[in-house]
Design a binder for this molecule. Structure first.
Ligand SMILES: Nc1nc2c(c(=O)[nH]1)N[C@H]1C(S)=C(S)[C@@H](COP(=O)(O)OP(=O)(O)OC[C@H]3O[C@@H](n4cnc5c(=O)[nH]c(N)nc54)[C@H](O)[C@@H]3O)O[C@H]1N2
Ligand SMILES: Nc1nc2c(c(=O)[nH]1)N[C@H]1C(S)=C(S)[C@@H](COP(=O)(O)OP(=O)(O)OC[C@H]3O[C@@H](n4cnc5c(=O)[nH]c(N)nc54)[C@H](O)[C@@H]3O)O[C@H]1N2
Ligand code: SF4
Ligand SMILES: [Mo]
Length: 657
């Protein structure tokens, strides 16, 4: 019997787990009480890592599709075929003819996070997509434009705030997002214990609303007006406080004149929020000892998602709550990819090229995934003819999934790196299944950049990888090597097992912000299996700003320009509300036992629709409901950022025949 301590890779809370192993099998998974960050907390999903590991439906060998049948093939054959087909399609139709899609679990897997980028770069394609553009893209967009780096995303300092204004997030079900905070329920209760308040702005009475002090109902998609009106009150009553950021910002006057047009009374019809409520919340926010506004998926997936995330930052800044305890703060992670990033400009590129069919701009080198189906269906020169996916299920997770499904059927070649045969990977010609989450080590490179406390924890593998299996990162390394070989027509002398994720980790830890001070390296993390605590967040923003002039831009040109679209839309919306009173709009949600489109084999109840033909999941999953994304529209995007706008979809409901 042995006990292994590691973080849970299923959601952003990164809870510490205590996993006991007996006779080569998981005997139990509990919360690790000694964990420096999560102190024993877990949710019902954590223990399901055992079920995923043991799930007979989980793929363990590469498989090839012949017609509707799947056959096992050797790794060597499978990897060669993928490399050869990529090369063949690119030779015939150009490098852009091969597209790449990265799904959500990649950010929970440091091997793929660190090694997939090199493969994607070698594909030399403009058709790179990810789940970012159906999720948090507006956060990165606002961060890039205001602070100069897409990952300089502020997180709410929940452990010290006195006033938590939550918009479009349901952390009690999701366990928090762009805010790594294990046991968020406990942390919210602590706010209330110290006489602070939690206010939730949401169209639905959610699980989070139930533990909050106040629920503000908002008409879906109208939050941007509410944010403008809050700022209106702050400026009109001269309540701005800039504190230490006063000399670091620019654009204050532009903001001030712009919000004057949006008074609480003017936006009341559109948002459904009475003027006196908006005014009161603005006053409470500015008079609280500390306050923070936080907006998540419900805000990002709107037609004005980019403006929403921008205005949230502006509100926190002009009320003296940015980079201050209890406000929105910036973590200083032990592996600091922001601090070490010298060319942030290229990482945060925007509109340096556009998608062929719809002319949508790229951000950070990626095109909006809402454009993918059209790129595949584009028959002219430059259309997508082959697709590689990694850890994703865009047929269920992206708008108008039915259209994408049809498009996938028309591809010349598709390959997927995934542990399941799902509604998307079933269109692949080859599926390359990596090791299970318990068979590889892990370090939370991304979530420590978004965490409410500075900590570090290394997760060793629980089991050795089975003979003849491959990790995600090894698959990418091998694909890169073989692609180079077929391209050059000669065997490469390089061995594929050169640098490992741990080499990178050790180096980054040593050169990171705590490397010299606490002599932190991989060995030190191994010696501290419950993690190392570096304490609460500190004011670090000024030293981390990456804009060219080192100023925080409160009023980026692109945001100001997008306000014109907003003003037109406001007139529009008022007409629509009058015309369609009583009609319904569809919004998204999450269930605590869910994980996007997967885990439906092992946990109960977004991402349904497994009843589609060809689904191989268990019958429970197959009968568990329809896909919301069969109803959402791929044409409906936030024009500014390209993020899918699939919350607030007008629908008609009638009795089934
Ligand atoms: N209508 C609507 N649609 C939404 C949303 C919404 O709120 N409403 N939310 C959106 C959001 S926020 C997101 S993030 C997307 C998610 O959308 P996607 O990222 O496209 O889909 P997931 O369901 O997360 O796909 C997970 C896949 O990864 C595989 N997988 C799990 N672990 C690993 C691993 O370690 N390695 C590999 N190679 N594969 C692995 C699983 O088998 C599964 O097939 O959905 C979006 N879609
Ligand atoms: N249990 C579980 N946890 C998860 C996931 C999961 O599938 N299951 N997925 C993970 C992923 S990939 C992500 S990105 C995070 C997301 O984490 P959260 O952002 O917390 O996501 P949701 O729980 O979907 O909460 C979104 C809320 O937005 C509200 N909403 C919808 N439209 C609007 C609107 O127009 N305005 C406002 N104000 N609110 C609106 C919805 O009613 C809902 O309460 O969760 C992660 N954690
Ligand atoms: S809250 Fe998230 S990280 Fe914690 S156990 Fe549940 S799924 Fe895992
Ligand atoms: Mo997500």
């Amino acid at each position: 019997m042995k006990t292994v301590y590691r973080s849970c890779s299923l959601c952003e809370a990164i809870c510490g787990l205590e996993i006991t192993v007996e006779n080569g099998r998981v005997a139990g998974i509990r919360g690790d009480k000694a964990d420096v960050f999560s102190h024993g907390h877990i949710c019902p999903k954590g223990p399901e890592l055992k079920a995923i590991h043991e799930d007979p439906d989980r793929l363990r060998k590469p498989i090839r599709r012949v017609g509707n049948d799947w056959h096992e093939v050797s790794w060597d054959e499978a990897l060669n075929e993928v490399a050869e087909k990529i090369h063949a399609v690119q030779s015939a139709h150009g490098t852009d003819a091969v597209a790449y899609y990265a799904g959500n679990p990649n950010v929970h897997n440091y091997g793929s996070l660190l090694f997939a980028p090199r493969f994607i770069a070698r594909l030399k394609t403009r058709n790179s997509y990810s789940a970012t553009s159906v999720d948090q893209l507006p956060h990165h967009f606002a961060a890039q434009k205001m602070f100069g780096h897409p990952l300089l995303v502020p997180v709410p300092d929940v452990d010290r705030t006195d006033y938590f204004l939550v918009m479009g997030a349901n952390p009690i079900a999701s366990n928090g997002s762009m805010m790594t905070a294990p046991d968020i329920k406990g942390r919210l209760k602590e706010i209330q214990k110290r006489k602070g308040r939690v206010i939730v702005v949401d169209p639905r009475k959610t699980e989070t609303v139930r533990v909050a002090d106040e629920h503000v109902f908002v008409r879906p998609g109208s939050d941007v007006y509410f944010l403008l009106a809050l700022l209106h009150v702050v400026f009109e009553r001269n309540l701005t406080k800039l504190k230490h950021l006063g000399s670091e910002i620019k654009g204050l006057n532009e903001i001030k004149s712009m919000v004057m047009e949006f008074s609480p009374a003017q936006i009341a019809d559109v948002t459904g929020i009475p003027a006196n409520v908006t005014e009161r919340i603005a006053l409470e926010f500015t008079s609280a000892k500390s306050a923070v506004c936080y907006g998540r998926v419900g805000l990002s997936t709107q037609a004005f998602g980019g403006l929403c995330q921008w205005l949230i930052n502006v509100l926190n800044i002009v009320t003296g709550n940015m980079d201050e305890p209890g406000g929105a703060m910036f973590p200083l992670p032990a592996v600091d990819t922001i601090g070490s990033d010298s060319k942030s400009e290229s990482y945060g590129s925007f509109d340096s090229f556009r998608s062929k069919a719809r002319g949508l701009p790229e951000f950070g080198g990626e095109l909006p995934v809402a454009a993918l189906a059209d790129e595949i269906l584009y028959t002219g020169e430059g259309g997508v003819r082959a697709l590689i996916t990694s850890a994703g299920n865009p047929v269920l997770s992206t708008p108008n999934g039915g259209k994408l499904q049809k498009a996938l059927g028309s591809l010349k070649f598709m390959a997927s790196v995934d542990i399941y045969l799902n509604e998307t990977t079933r269109y692949a010609n080859i599926i390359l299944p990596p090791t299970s989450p318990l068979e590889h080590d892990h370090y939370d490179v991304i979530f420590n950049i978004l965490a409410v406390r500075n900590t570090a924890r290394y997760s060793p593998a629980v089991f050795d990888p089975p003979e003849g299996s491959m990790h995600d990162w090894e698959i990418f390394t091998e694909l890169t090597r073989r692609l180079e070989e077929v391209r050059s027509g000669s065997k490469s002398k390089k061995t594929s097992r050169g640098i490992k994720p741990t080499d990178f980790l050790d180096r980054m830890l040593k050169s990171g912000p705590y490397g010299a001070e606490t002599r932190i390296d991989l060995q030190k993390l191994i010696d501290n299996p419950h993690g190392i605590d570096f304490g609460p967040l500190t004011s670090v923003l000024i030293s981390r700003i990456k804009t060219v002039d080192r100023k925080i831009d409160l009023a980026p040109d692109l945001m100001l320009a997008d306000l014109h679209r907003l003003k037109e839309s406001m007139i529009h919306t008022k007409d629509q509300i009058r015309a369609q009173s009583g009609s319904l709009v569809l919004i998204g949600r999450r269930h605590v036992r869910d994980n996007n489109s997967w885990m439906h084999n092992v946990a109960i109840p977004h991402g349904y629709g497994h009843g589609r033909k060809g689904s191989r999941l268990g019958t429970a999953a197959q009968h568990s409901g329809a896909s919301i994304n069969d109803l959402t529209d791929d044409e409906s995007i936030d024009v500014l950022t390209g993020n899918a706008a699939f919350s607030g979809v007008p629908v008609q409901v009638r009795a089934a025949g």
